[in-house]
Design a protein around this ligand. Structure first.
Ligand code: SF4
Length: 368
C-alpha cells in the first residue's frame, strides 16, 4: 500500500495540474478509509457537504439511435423492447420542466438519442432551451456529437451545460463503441468549450473494464484543458437485450473508490451519482456522498432506466441531514480564463454564458 497522494498536494493545484497514471493508481491503492478521508477533506474545502445539487432529466427523443454503444437500450441495433418516441413537442418539454422545478430541481436536462442533431431539429431545441431558462432553471442537453456551429447555436440560445460522456478509457473504448471514435468525443467537448458552455462529462463503470480503464477514464477527464464542471459517474444498468446484459457486477466499494478519486482529481467539479443509483442501497449512496458525490438526478426515470422515486430521495436526504442545493447566483464563465468556475462581473456575451451543471448512463448512458 502506498500513501503518496496527500491532501495538500491535490488541493493546491489539482484543477490545473496534470495527473499522472501512477498518482491515480496510488489513490486507488489506498486503504478505503484513508481514501475516503482524503476525498472528504477536499470536498469540504470546496463545497458545503450538506448540500446536494439536484437535476431532472427528460428524454426528449427516445430510442432508434444508430450508434452501437453496447450498454445502451436506445441503440436501434439491440432488441430491448424500448418504446421509441420522436422528438417531443416544445410544450410537452416545458410542462415537464415546470414539474421538475416544482419538485426542487434547479437544472433541467434534456437528452435525445441521436448520433448528432439534424439542422431541422435546431429550432425546436432552441425553443426548449429558451423556454426552460425563462423558468429560472439551468439548462443542459445531451444530443450526441456537435459541430462547432451547432455548439455555437445552442450556446446562443442560452444552453448552460452540454453533456457528452467519454464513457471509459481510450484503450477500452473500442470494446464498447465502434460507430464513433474517442477523438470524436474529445472534439465535441472542445466544441462545447469553445462555444462558452459548461461541460458535463463522465463515464460508466461496470462495463467489464479493468481498474486500469477506470483510472484511464478519470485521468482523461481530469487532464482535459479545463476539467468538466460536472462529472457523472454511472454504474452500468444492465438492460436485457444489450450485449452487456450479463456482465459481472462491479464491487460496490470499487464504485465508491471511483467517486472518491474523481473528487480528489477534480475538486471543484460536481460529481454526480447517475445511472445505477436505483440499485444502490441507501448506505452505499451515503458512502458515495461522503466520498464526494454532490449531485444526483431526481425523478423516477433516468432516460430509459429506473431511478429512485423523488420521495425516497427526499426521505434519504432527511435521514442523512442533507438538503437540495438552492439555485446559485449565475456565474459567468469566460472560456479564455485560466481557471474554471471563475466568476466575473461581466454581462454574458456570445463568448460567455451563465453556469453551474448536470447529467446521465445514456441519460442517454452517454448522457448521464
Ligand atoms: S448511448 Fe447515446 S449514442 Fe450511444 S446508443 Fe445510446 S443514445 Fe445512442
Amino acid at each position: 500500500m502506498t500513501h503518496t497522494a496527500t491532501t495538500t498536494e491535490t488541493t493546491s493545484s489539482a484543477h490545473r495540474k496534470t495527473w499522472h497514471r501512477q498518482e491515480i493508481e496510488a489513490l486507488f491503492q489506498l486503504p478505503l478509509h484513508e481514501l475516503l478521508f482524503q476525498a472528504h477533506s477536499i470536498h469540504r474545502q470546496h463545497f458545503d457537504p450538506s448540500k446536494i445539487q439536484v437535476s431532472t432529466l427528460l428524454s426528449i427523443k427516445t430510442g432508434a439511435c444508430p450508434e452501437d454503444c453496447k450498454y445502451c437500450p436506445q441503440s436501434a441495433r439491440y432488441d430491448t423492447e424500448l418504446e421509441r418516441e420522436q422528438l417531443l413537442e416544445v410544450e410537452k418539454v416545458l410542462n415537464a420542466a415546470q414539474q421538475a422545478k416544482a419538485t426542487g430541481a434547479t437544472r433541467f436536462c434534456m437528452g435525445a438519442a441521436w448520433r448528432n442533431p439534424k439542422e431541422r431539429d435546431m429550432p425546436k431545441l432552441n425553443a426548449m432551451i429558451k423556454g426552460v431558462r425563462a423558468m429560472g432553471l439551468e439548462t443542459c442537453m445531451t444530443l450526441g456529437m456537435l459541430s462547432p456551429q451547432q455548439a455555437d447555436e445552442l450556446a446562443a440560445a442560452g444552453l448552460d451545460y452540454y453533456n457528452h460522456n467519454l464513457d471509459t478509457s481510450a484503450e477500452f473504448y473500442g470494446d464498447i463503441i465502434t460507430t464513433r471514435t474517442y477523438q470524436d468525443r474529445l472534439d465535441t467537448l472542445a466544441n462545447v468549450r469553445s462555444a462558452g458552455m459548461k461541460v458535463c462529462s463522465g463515464g460508466i463503470v461496470g462495463l467489464g473494464e479493468e481498474q486500469k480503464d477506470r483510472i484511464g477514464l478519470l485521468q482523461q477527464l481530469a487532464n482535459l484543458p479545463i476539467p468538466p464542471e460536472s462529472v457523472p459517474i454511472n454504474n452500468l444498468v444492465k438492460v436485457a437485450g444489450t450485449p452487456l446484459e450479463d456482465v459481472a457486477d462491479l464491487d460496490p466499494f470499487e464504485f465508491v473508490r471511483c467517486i472518491a478519486v474523481a473528487r480528489i482529481l477534480m475538486p471543484t467539479s460536481y460529481v454526480r451519482l447517475s445511472a445505477g443509483r436505483e440499485t444502490m442501497s441507501d448506505e452505499l449512496q451515503a458512502m458515495c456522498f461522503f466520498a464526494g458525490a454532490n449531485s444526483i438526478f431526481y425523478g423516477e426515470k433516468l432516460l430509459t432506466t429506473a431511478n429512485p422515486g423523488t420521495n425516497h430521495d427526499l426521505a434519504l436526504f432527511e435521514r442523512l441531514g442533507l438538503a437540495p442545493e438552492q439555485p446559485r447566483q449565475p456565474l459567468y464563465y469566460d472560456a479564455t480564463a485560466q481557471a474554471p468556475g471563475v466568476a466575473t462581473a461581466e454581462t454574458p456575451t456570445d463568448a460567455t454564458v451563465s453556469a453551474s451543471c448536470k447529467t446521465s448512463q445514456c441519460s442517454r448512458a452517454e448522457h448521464v
